[in-house]
Design a protein around this ligand. Structure first.
Ligand SMILES: [Zn+2]
Length: 386
């Protein structure tokens, strides 16, 4: 059941900078030096801090800031049988074509902190919910509508299917995708039943398909599995998301696509407008596209008829805080293409996609949220008198 929302609802894309003690706790836990219970106590506190920061800023739809995740997708390895975090060195050991894998690594634009990949090594099975428990925790502590973020089915399939490790159980990535779809369908249905207001699937890798024309130049090991025709891959991605969300009742379903969010140096991130993705966006059975537009790398606005827009109005990687007036201008530009009751306001991406690499401090992130809220209030007043 979706609660009623004001015009221009303000929300985030997911991740929030973790406090230093939690960043350290991730590292200690990974080395086996910290018990789960101690980690959970720190993470609970960080989630509540992230929640209070959003509430204090006046955000309409809150998230848990992804505080419990090492990053936006590989956390699933902890929840699933059949998936193991593998270092690139381990992967190099098992791949048959070591020469091209070596070359790939040399040219890969992979940040050193993310070079562990959740790799499928057996039949995947949900040992525990991916995010339902996290949602329940947050809901116990807030009256506001809650957004839950999940890695998209295409991203997960591409990340997890590594031929040499996965083929004994899943001969092709399409075979693995069947179980990934089922996994995400189950999770989404349980979130809907539990009262999540918004479910957002993250598929950042879609931009890589169009901007690198199938050549790997990626920020994610996810690219290792696929060097197929981009159009085929995009159609495959559309079919997967549709199978995950078809029949899902209740929550707003969003799809987030950006161009990478691991560096404050915009030059290292992908560039290009969403236009080549438009036909695929239109074919996706989602309610909302959550897109970055604050960064000039995203080019001009694309309209997707029938869908609302989660409009990126602040850049999570910039230390400078956008003024409400700047944000209002960005919204007014979008309103030339889309009706006012179809615009949500959010940052371009999370503030800390990777635990060890927050893009901004919590203080600056909070000021950016407050700026969005102030802009939304002004826009609502203007809409009321119009
Ligand atoms: Zn993003």
């Amino acid at each position: 059941m979706t609660p009623s929302l004001p015009l221009f609802p303000v929300t985030t894309v997911g991740s929030w900078p973790r406090p230093p003690e939690l960043v350290e706790a991730f590292a200690r836990r990974q080395r086996g030096k910290l018990a789960s219970r101690d980690f959970d106590a720190l993470a609970d506190r960080a989630v509540l801090d992230a929640l209070r920061a959003q509430e204090a800023a006046g955000v309409d739809i809150v998230t848990d800031g992804e505080q419990r995740r090492d990053n936006f997708y590989s956390f699933v390895a902890e929840k699933l049988d059949g998936v193991r975090m593998m270092s690139l060195a381990e992967m190099l050991d098992i791949v048959e074509d070591k020469e091209s894998f070596g070359k790939l690594l040399a040219t890969l634009d992979v940040p050193a902190f993310s070079i562990r990949n959740p790799t499928c090594v057996g039949r995947i099975r949900r040992r525990e919910p991916l995010v339902l428990d996290d949602f329940e925790f947050l809901r116990r502590h807030t009256d506001r509508p809650v957004k839950v973020t999940l890695p998209g089915p295409y991203l997960l399939t591409r990340a997890m299917w590594v031929k040499e490790a996965s083929r004994a159980v899943y001969p092709t990535k399409e075979a693995l995708a069947e179980d990934v779809v089922e996994l995400l369908r189950t999770e989404a249905a349980s979130l809907a039943a539990a009262g999540a207001a918004f479910i957002q699937f993250d598929e950042p890798v879609l931009t890589e398909l169009v901007f690198t024309h199938g050549r790997t130049r990626t920020f994610m090991c996810a690219a290792l599995a696929a060097r197929n025709d981009p159009a085929e891959e995009l159609s495959f991605a559309v079919s997967l998301i549709n199978r995950v969300v078809d029949g899902l009742e209740g929550p707003i379903v969003g799809l987030h696509v950006c161009r990478g969010n691991w560096s404050r140096n915009e030059e290292t991130l992908l560039r290009g407008s969403y236009h080549p993705l438009t036909p695929y966006f239109e074919a996706m059975h989602v309610d909302q596209l959550v897109l970055e537009y604050a960064t000039p790398r995203a080019g001009s606005f694309v309209a997707a008829p029938g869908k609302s827009i989660g409009l990126g109005v602040v850049n999570p990687r910039m230390a400078e805080v956008e003024t409400p007036a700047e944000i209002e201008r960005r919204v007014e530009d979008a309103l030339k293409h889309v009706a006012s009751d179809r615009v949500f306001l959010n940052p371009d991406c999370g503030f800390a996609t990777f635990t060890a690499r927050a893009m901004n401090s919590r203080e600056i992130a909070a000021r950016k949220l407050a700026s969005m809220v102030e802009a939304a209030r002004t826009l609502r007043r203007a809409a009321a008198v119009a």
